[in-house]
Write a protein that binds this ligand. Sequence first.
Ligand SMILES: [Zn+2]
Length: 315
Amino acid sequence: MRGYIGFDIGGTNVRCGIVLENGQLVGFYKEKTEAKKGVKEVIKKIISLIDKVKGEHPEVEIAGVGIGIAGILKPAKGIVCFSPNLPGWRNIPLLDWLKKEIPYPVFIENDANLIALGEAWQGAGKGKENFLLLTLGTGVGGGIVAKGKLWSGETSGAEVGHIKIDPKGERCLCGRRGCLETYASATWLIRRAYQHLKAGMPSLLNKDKELTAKDIFTAAQRGDILAQYLFDLAGWALGIGIANLCNILGFTTVIIGGGVSNAWNAFIGQLKYTLAHEVLAVDYGEIKVLKSQLGNMAGIYGACYLAKQKLANGQ
Ligand SMILES: [Zn+2]
């Protein structure tokens, strides 16, 4: 039977799966990225994982390999321009290097784009021609599926985390101010929580402990005003960002995934309220905001689907 190997290369882990033509996942592997050892070591890891997958699944005829990488890429040229989580990855001709080592057709793409593609194939976007996906994690990423295919520009695009919400806002890691990411990512929920706690705002949250986004969600569920305020702020910013995109694209389906999306009930009310006020291209009632279905496996499905689609198109 025919199948594809998909990789999700993050700053912490290299995750890999083998998915058959019909969308069935038959194997999953995870190893530490050890990004500090450099690009060549990560490539060695990819190759050894491919050998392992082949060895353990001799029944699968590997048709192609898809690889998702956090960062800004030029997928058609096969170049990783910059990756915030992979130190030293600047203008790396990754595809050329991989092609010398991997005996299968190989394709690379931005990791959040592949999450969108995975949801399109086997998740919340299945059967939907057009949708926008946002992934709320350490940062905020996204992908656009248009007419059943991933939108991929000259650069990997869909950097929805850096939509401007407030020009006078906090300075984002990208160097600009008031990006969506500075409201709706786990990093910034936590950072803002500390800011308010240090300023003396009463809360169930403890400023002397190492907080997680989950702690803030738990406090919000218990009626904590600071925690609920932070999720309201995230929902408000998401509502504005999503409305801007829906106004431009005319899309009516939005899928939200990533770790922070587990706090769904804490932000979805404010998100929908703001979206209803900010959207103009379509009737608000038509816009469906859905939770992702594949969780942290979406990127692997998407990487496999990328290879499947590209090969079907003769690329
Ligand atoms: Zn930014």
